[in-house]
Write a protein that binds this ligand. Structure first.
Ligand SMILES: [Zn+2]
Length: 398
């Protein structure tokens, strides 16, 4: 068993180094649109069996891709939230990986052991606007019970028809989640969603937890202290919780933040490796040899990180730190975002983490500070303005 784990570890490292061989080069940022998805799906060879299974509210096609001929049915769907494209990028990298000559042996093993059922970009209207919600302004992931969204209805019915043993629910989370007590961003988070209010563990949920334990052991050496466990509070309207209740072992993967990777081009690689490790765990049944302790020992997510931390400033005669977080708004027809900085906290914040830390060295802060309000101040040194914010918008290059 030890030998196999080592072998597997080497494989994950090797795959990461070889990533350029199967990276989907057409996907270069997190503003992926439906037209690109359609074009990429057209290029897939016949072993990827494509069916248009429905239309979004604004009548964009949603296609189911089936691959493999094995007995274990595995369902993967991405981008229920239109502004969460990392899973979609990783799925297209997976499609390329499965065709890559270098990894032919592992692709054949997967092909014989499982059948993949994949819905990439289930919310294409949201993706078009770079919005979490669909075109009806509804959060699809709170629509399981009523299913008034065509996208939610479709997702629900595909699972009911196929009844897969395992499911991968692919999301992005706020970049403000950190891993407890590390001050580092939660670059990846995992969860086996609860199927009831009291968070019981039955066989279905246990299997999902054990697969996550396997994924964690593979990925943790690559991302030390940057993998967290998502909050498992039961949400009766969410798909993951209901799919778990319906008997599909459901694995939630969330892409968070990584220093210098706003477009998620590094994170997508770790994300792909998580999916790959999960698939290998399932088909080799290695999860059955893992333990719940490994899952439960994954550190929890919390919010102890800022986008920007300014230390050692002087404000009204006192020396302070200030933590700021930005809120993103889509601009340019969902092709980019603007960032509005909000003052999140002020005081002694030196123990907290940040994507960006600026040492103020006693710079004087001028302006009106309101916590939870857009930043409106200047920092000056020897009479020269170094950093300036107007209504949350940075006036200087950060
Ligand atoms: Zn989401």
């Amino acid at each position: 068993m030890i030998l196999q784990t080592n072998y597997h570890n080497m494989q994950v490292d090797h795959i990461l180094r070889a990533y350029n061989q199967f990276l989907t080069k057409e996907l270069t940022n997190r503003f992926v649109k439906h037209a690109t998805v359609v074009k990429l799906l057209e290029l897939l060879p016949a072993e990827f069996r494509k069916t248009e299974v429905g239309l979004s509210h604004q009548r964009r096609s949603i296609q189911l891709i089936q691959w493999g001929h094995g007995p274990i049915d595995i369902f993967l769907w991405s981008q229920m939230h239109g502004d969460e494209a990392t899973g979609t990028m990783a799925l297209f990298d997976l499609f390329n990986f499965l065709q890559c000559p270098e990894f032919k042996a592992v692709a054949m093993e997967l092909e014989q052991a499982c059948t993949l059922h994949v819905l990439p970009m289930i919310n294409p209207d949201g993706a078009e606007m770079f919005s979490r919600r669909n075109a009806q302004k509804i959060d699809i992931n709170r629509d399981y019970l009523q299913t008034v969204t065509p996208e939610g209805r479709l997702l629900k019915s595909i699972r009911e028809q196929i009844k897969p043993a395992f499911g991968f629910n692919l999301h992005d989370q706020s970049t403000l989640w950190s891993v407890k007590k590390t001050g580092k961003p939660a670059t990846l988070s995992f969860l086996a969603p609860a199927y009831n209010e009291v968070l019981d563990i039955n066989e279905t949920r246990r299997d999902a937890m054990l697969v996550i334990a396997d994924i964690f052991e593979q990925l943790n050496p690559l991302l030390p202290q940057q993998i967290g466990l998502f909050d498992d509070e039961y949400e009766q309207r969410a798909f993951g919780d209901n799919f778990q209740a319906a008997g599909m072992s459901t694995i939630l993967i969330e892409a968070g933040g990584l220093h210098g990777d706003e477009d998620k081009q590094q994170i997508r690689k770790y994300y792909f490796l998580s999916i790959f490790s999960g698939l290998m765990s399932i088909i080799r049944k290695s999860y059955l040899k893992n333990t719940l302790d490994v899952y439960q020992a994954i550190p929890k997510n919390n919010k102890e990180i800022f986008h920007l931390l300014l230390n050692n400033l002087v404000y009204e005669g006192a020396q302070i730190s200030m933590g700021l977080c930005y809120e993103e708004e889509p601009i340019d027809y969902g092709q980019a975002v603007s960032q509005c900085y909000i003052v999140q906290d002020i005081g002694d914040l030196r123990h907290l983490g940040a994507y960006r830390v600026i040492e103020g060295n006693g710079m004087i802060l001028h302006g009106e500070i309101d916590v939870y309000k857009p930043a409106n101040f200047q920092l000056s040194h020897d009479g020269e303005i170094i950093i300036s914010f107007k209504n949350g918008i940075s006036q200087s290059k950060l």
